[in-house]
Design a protein around this ligand. Structure first.
Ligand code: ATP
Ligand code: AH0
Length: 369
């Protein structure tokens, strides 16, 4: 009998909702269906606005967006199940990450905030919904992120060699898997700054395949300035977000290089992303011969080429292990929901820095009585 869970996430790129239907029966992890529901421009801007550091936000605006996203997450789950021709009553639970609008794990009052009201998701779908999956880890002294390394370990773990999983979303993170406790942390910007520059200069959501970056020249001075940041010098556990690596951060870094051609800036940002990921891998898994990439950055051939060059190791897609690179994060939240319902820990203290493993999230019951 299938053991079905749905995972839902909208990541830091704020492009839309990824929804995955996963079957965990017989100890396997099988993707049954995937659905992507893009956000419209107006919604993206509303999310951007509310996520700005130092932005005054009316509680009404916040509450409405929380509800609106709850409806959209519920719709995405419903569309996913329709695609798979699966009745909601057959799904054990939804694991919903929601949309991160702020991540500030620093003391004295660390917090992280994901919205997309799980009450609404449970009510719309009738399916028990597990959400708010980061804050218990923070309460236990952790960063609340990244959470996906535990899933990477379950799916890609191999104790005979060191394997590194790299997720390149808006922010990038790595997971180091071998016979030692899992290491995992955010390395810094993924596609986020390249996206912002591309949108500003070319009114395009992103630089497809890194083709525009490939036309520019890397500027050594700007590259050095970008890499000169305390985040890269600090050891894990660590996590970051677009609140830190923001457009304001980039604007300040660009200031002394005001007259650079825009394509050179893009080329340098792409090199910066590759170099900051490579430096993290070389610092914590220098021996690795196997690097697997997932997240949207896996489709940026120019970026992957730069990463391969910096590491001198082939960089392959997680597809090689049967997992579509665009589905990994959503599948992870299906997996985390199952852990929570079984009262099993979802965090890895070796990754997040939490004092103990903890069962993550809140449970919002569905309407199966
Ligand atoms: N064909 C492509 N060429 C280049 N880049 C691409 C391509 N397809 C997707 N991307 C990049 O991937 C991004 C989306 O990646 P993804 O969905 O993994 O991010 P996310 O999940 O929102 O982020 P995070 O993992 O930080 O939460 C896009 O914004 C774009 O920069
Ligand atoms: C706070 C937050 O939403 N963090 C994201 C973000 O996007 C990538 C990276 O930064 C990672 O730490 C995390 O997402 C994945 C799903 C994680 O928790 O592993």
């Amino acid at each position: 009998m299938p053991d079905l869970y749905v995972g839902l996430i909208s990541g830091t790129s704020v492009d839309g909702i990824d929804a995955a239907l996963v079957d965990f029966s017989d100890g396997a992890i099988r993707l049954i269906a995937f659905h992507y529901q893009p956000f419209g421009e107006e919604l993206r801007s509303a999310i951007y606005r509310i996520s700005q550091p130092n932005q005054a936000v009316h509680l009404k605006e916040y509450g409405e967006l929380d509800c609106r996203l709850g409806i959209l997450f519920g719709d995405a789950a419903t569309a996913l199940l329709a695609k798979a021709n699966i009745d909601a009553s057959r799904v054990n639970a939804i694991g919903s990450h929601g949309q991160t609008i702020y991540h500030a794990p620093e003391p004295p009052f660390p917090f992280t905030l994901q919205i997309g009201d799980p009450n609404v998701i449970a009510e719309c779908t009738g399916i028990t919904t597990v959400a708010d999956l980061r804050r218990r880890d923070i309460a236990a002294g952790g960063q609340g992120a990244p959470l996906v390394p535990a899933f990477h370990s379950a799916v890609f773990g191999d104790s005979t060699q060191t394997r590194v999983i790299v997720n390149i979303g808006g922010i990038a993170n790595i997971t180091v898997l071998n016979d030692q406790p899992v290491i995992g942390f955010d390395t810094g910007p993924g596609n986020g700054l390249m996206d912002w520059w591309c949108q500003r200069q070319r009114q395009q959501a992103y630089d497809a395949d890194g083709a525009w970056a490939a036309t520019g020249n890397v500027h050594a001075g700007l590259l050095a300035a970008l890499l000169d940041d305390r985040y890269f010098r600090s050891p894990p556990p660590k996590s970051t977000g677009k609140e830190y690596f923001s457009s304001a951060w980039l604007t300040e870094k660009l200031q002394p290089f005001g007259d650079l051609p825009p394509q050179d800036v893009q080329a340098t940002l792409c090199q910066f992303t590759a170099d900051s990921i490579a430096a993290a891998i070389l610092a914590w898994a220098a021996e690795t011969r196997q690097v697997l990439v997932c997240g949207g950055g896996a489709h940026n051939g120019h970026l992957i080429g730069l990463l391969e060059k910096a590491l001198n190791v082939p960089v392959e897609s997680t597809a090689r292990f049967g997992i579509d690179p665009d589905c990994v994060e959503a599948m992870a939240f299906a997996w985390l929901a199952k852990r929570t319902l079984q009262n099993q820990a979802g965090n890895l203290p070796s990754v997040t820095g939490a004092k103990t493993p903890v069962t993550l999230g809140g449970i919002y019951p569905g309407n199966k009585r």
